[in-house]
Design a protein around this ligand. Structure first.
Ligand SMILES: [Fe+2]
Length: 268
C-alpha cells in the first residue's frame, strides 16, 4: 500500500499575497500543508504537485517553493502548469534553464509515476507533444510490472460540454485515450480546473484537485466566480487501485464535538 498527498495549483506569487490576509496566502497555505502532512496517519510517502506551482513563473516564487519543499522530509514530484515558466523552474531546481517541456518518471517501491508537461506557452489549454507521447509509450511498457500513475496539469477533454481552455486539446486527448487502451494505469492526477472533480475516463480514474489558490463557485452560472478555498487529496494505492480523499485545508469549519477513538473502535 502506498499513501501520498496530491497538491495542485499553488499559484505562489508575491502579488497574490498582497490581496489576502494572514495565513490565507498561498505561501502560508503551502507551509500549512507540509506541517499537516507530518501529522497524517499513515504518513504520506511523497507529495505530488500537479502544476501551476507559481502564478507568474517568476524566479522568486520558485525559490520560495523550493525552499519550503526542500526543508520538508517528503520527496516531491513536480509537474508544470500553464502559469509556470519552464526556464525559470529549471533554473531554480536544476540550475540549467531550458524552455523544453519538463517530463520525467520516478519510482517508489512498486509504483512508477509518470509526469507529463501539458503546458503550452502562451495558451491556457493544454497539449501533449509527440516527443512526450513517445516517452510515455516507453514508460508504459507492458514488460514493466510497476503500477503506473500519470501526473499532468490539464485533465483530458471529455466532450464539447466543457470550455476548451479547461482541458487538454482534443488531438492530445484522443491520442492519450488510444495509447491508454493498450496500457494499464491506476489513475491520472490533474489540477487546472480549481475544482475537486473525480471522473471515470474510459475506466481510468481522473482525480483533479481544486488546489491551494481558490475554488470555483459552481452555483454561479453567469460568471466565473472564484472563492477562497484550499484542499489537497490524500491518495492511497492498494495494489493498482487508487482512492483519493479530499482534505479541506482552508477554510475550516468550527468543531462540533470530539468522539473517543476507543468508543469508535468498539462500535459495530
Ligand atoms: Fe491554476
Amino acid at each position: 500500500m502506498v499513501n501520498f498527498l496530491h497538491i495542485s495549483d499553488l499559484h505562489i506569487s508575491k502579488s497574490l499575497n498582497e490581496t489576502r490576509v494572514g495565513k490565507n496566502t498561498t505561501r502560508e497555505l503551502l507551509k500549512t500543508v507540509i506541517e499537516l502532512a507530518h501529522t497524517l496517519k499513515p504518513e504520506p510517502s511523497f507529495l505530488v504537485f500537479s502544476g501551476d506551482l507559481t502564478d507568474k513563473g517568476d524566479i522568486e516564487s520558485y525559490e520560495y517553493f523550493y525552499s519550503v519543499i526542500s526543508n520538508s522530509k517528503f520527496p516531491s514530484i513536480l509537474a508544470l502548469g500553464n502559469h509556470d515558466d519552464r526556464s525559470n523552474f529549471r533554473k531554480v531546481f536544476f540550475d540549467s534553464p531550458s524552455d523544453k517541456p519538463y517530463f520525467c518518471t520516478l519510482e517508489h517501491e512498486n509504483l512508477k509515476i509518470i509526469v507529463l508537461d501539458s503546458s503550452l506557452p502562451g495558451k491556457v489549454s493544454g497539449s501533449i507533444c509527440d516527443e512526450q507521447f513517445r516517452f510515455l509509450e516507453e514508460a508504459l511498457s507492458n514488460n514493466d510490472k510497476h503500477n503506473k500513475l500519470l501526473v499532468m496539469h490539464h485533465p483530458p477533454w471529455l466532450g464539447s460540454d466543457s470550455y476548451s481552455w479547461t482541458t487538454l486539446d482534443q488531438k492530445s486527448s484522443f491520442a492519450l485515450s488510444k495509447l491508454l487502451e493498450e496500457h494499464s494505469v491506476s489513475g491520472i492526477l490533474c489540477g487546472h480546473i480549481h475544482l475537486n472533480q473525480f471522473t471515470n475516463w474510459n475506466t481510468i480514474p481522473i482525480v483533479a484537485s481544486s488546489g491551494l489558490h481558490s475554488t470555483i463557485d459552481k452555483f454561479e452560472n453567469d460568471k466565473l466566480r472564484l472563492l477562497e478555498g484550499a484542499s489537497v487529496n490524500f491518495c492511497r494505492l492498494r495494489g493498482a487501485q487508487l482512492s483519493a480523499t479530499c482534505l479541506q485545508i482552508y477554510p475550516i469549519g468550527s468543531e462540533i464535538r470530539r468522539i473517543n477513538k476507543k468508543f469508535l473502535l468498539s462500535m459495530k
